[in-house]
Design a protein around this ligand. Structure first.
Ligand code: ADP
Ligand code: MG
Length: 275
């Protein structure tokens, strides 16, 4: 295998789409696992109260677990709540618990309510350096299906947005709202934020519709859409019930191979844009 280059600085990527069920969590978990598998240091931050990314990566997230909620609301540090993914070296997870459902409202009255995740992350990078831990190469933030303060925190903490799009009829509907929100964040809170990556998910090559939608999305976003398509694959949907990424669960499945390929593409595109 060809060596993939480490990024010059940590790449922080928010995975967002206000639609539910488009593959945000699946894409976060499996790209993160693919990158860790390829030797990168990776952190996943789960900021969806559902905690699906925490489940899928096999880290505890029952109500009494210290989690991202305590970081955002009670100023715990990320170092206090981060957990190792049991299946993969180099992959760590900040879990989300059900308490996070209340955070959207609790955040409203806090100071620096939009910057809390960014501050925690900055502090965590310094902590790792002080502790002599390796620098993180990739941070993925798995967003809830809404554009509230949790998602705003994710947009402010990141440099890149990754949008998963499901290749179905209403794929582009609602996307302009997401893009408007990102523009607002760029304007007021985080100028460098860019939609660097669009991943077409649950692609069913047998249907004409899927290929039409894929084509349409590529026309709208010629730069951002990855060449790699993520196919609809039963191994991908089975893996979370074994608390594993598809990379650990069935590394030779078409789903695992697709996410490995997508991850490699993200690495090489990033390297090109850094030049
Ligand atoms: P979101 O986080 O956007 O709500 P999920 O990642 O949870 O979406 O995906 C929604 C559902 O679709 C889940 O049950 C997941 O297992 C399934 N799924 C996602 N991607 C695929 C895929 N490529 N093949 C088969 N099932 C998938
Ligand atoms: Mg999700």
């Amino acid at each position: 295998a060809t060596e993939l280059q480490r990024p010059e600085t940590t790449r922080t990527i928010t995975v967002s789409n206000q639609k539910g069920g488009v593959g945000k969590t699946t894409t976060t978990v499996n790209l993160a696992a693919a990158l860790a598998d390829q030797g990168f240091q990776v952190l996943v931050i789960d900021i969806d109260p559902q905690g699906n990314a925490s489940t899928a990566l096999g880290v505890p997230h029952s109500a009494d677990t210290d989690s991202i909620y305590d970081v955002l609301i009670d100023d715990l540090s990320l170092a206090d709540v981060v957990a190792d993914c049991p299946d993969l070296d180099r992959l760590q997870v900040v879990p989300a618990t059900i308490h996070l459902a209340g955070a959207e409202i609790e955040l409203v009255s806090l100071v620096a309510r939009e910057q809390r995740l960014q501050r925690a992350l900055d502090q965590y990078h310094r902590y790792r350096e002080e502790q002599g831990l390796e620098r993180l190469d990739y941070v993925f933030i798995d967003c809830p299906p809404s554009l509230g303060l949790l998602t705003v925190n994710a947009f402010v903490a990141a440099r890149e947005v990754l949008i998963p799009i499901q290749c179905e009829y209403y794929a582009l509907e609602g996307l302009s709202q997401l893009l408007n929100n990102i523009q607002m964040i760029q304007k007021h809170l985080n100028p460098p934020l860019t939609v660097s990556t669009i991943v077409l998910t649950m692609y069913d090559g047998r249907t004409r519709l899927a290929s039409q939608v894929a084509e349409e999305v590529r026309e709208h976003f010629p730069e951002a859409v990855l060449d790699t398509l993520i196919p609809r694959n039963v191994r991908i949907s089975e893996a979370p019930s074994y608390q594993q990424s598809v990379i650990s669960y069935d590394p030779s499945s078409t789903g695992a191979l697709a996410y490995l390929e997508a991850a490699a593409e993200i690495v090489t595109r990033g390297a090109a844009s850094q030049r």
